[in-house]
Design a binder for this molecule. Structure first.
Ligand SMILES: [Zn+2]
Length: 198
């Protein structure tokens, strides 16, 4: 098995990129997604640091093919060839929740990969396209845990995916209203997931 990069060599996200894109008070165009994988053994979970990183969606600008962040993650996942005999948990921290099409793709992936559990923590609810609520419900029904990022997840991302340069111990700077907004979004998500219509 090829060794992954040493943890210190892992690419980290620029501080301002994180703050700009994960703020739940703004509406940035890009989607950033941090991911990590754990191997589940009995009651234990073992972090697999070689599968830890972040990515962002590819816009259609400059003739590049438009690809949503979740589809890029699914491509990476396929390339990892996770052992079908083992159980894994993938945790995503995403700046926007999945759109209906990506929710469909993730549901298909989960149906075909019963050995993989998925958790998605989103900073914001992506409600631009109709059907987003049904997409989130379908993900939930397929066994994925879907939740909003709370202060705990913002701090976790800050400590695990963001480059603090020389200032290793610099704590996550709590943004005004971030917690209140997160609670508001959590209530909204709860309503979406509990609604049985359409
Ligand atoms: Zn999408």
């Amino acid at each position: 098995m090829a060794a992954g990069p040493a943890p210190e060599a892992r690419l980290l996200m620029d501080k301002q990129t994180f703050l700009d894109n994960f703020s739940n008070l703004d509406y940035p165009r890009k989607t950033y997604l941090c991911y990590e994988v754990e191997l589940l053994v009995g009651e234990n979970s073992i972090p697999l640091d070689e599968y830890k990183g972040f990515l962002h969606n590819k816009g259609a600008a400059m003739g590049l093919e438009h690809r949503h962040a979740e589809l890029i993650l699914l491509e990476r996942l396929a390339s990892w060839n996770l052992d079908m005999e083992l159980r894994y948990r993938i945790t995503c921290f995403t700046s926007w929740s999945p759109c209906p099409d990506c929710a469909d793709e993730l549901v298909n992936f989960l149906r075909a990969n019963g050995h993989v559990y998925l958790r998605i923590f989103a900073a914001r609810i992506y409600d631009r396209f109709p059907g987003y609520e049904a997409g989130l419900r379908a993900l939930n029904a397929a066994g994925a845990e879907v939740a909003m990022m709370t202060l705990q997840e913002f701090e976790y991302c800050w400590n695990n995916f963001v480059d603090h340069q020389q200032d290793e111990d610099k704590p996550f700077p709590p943004l005004d209203n971030l917690v209140a907004r997160s609670e508001e979004l959590s209530q909204r998500l709860e309503g979406i997931l509990q609604n049985q219509e359409d």
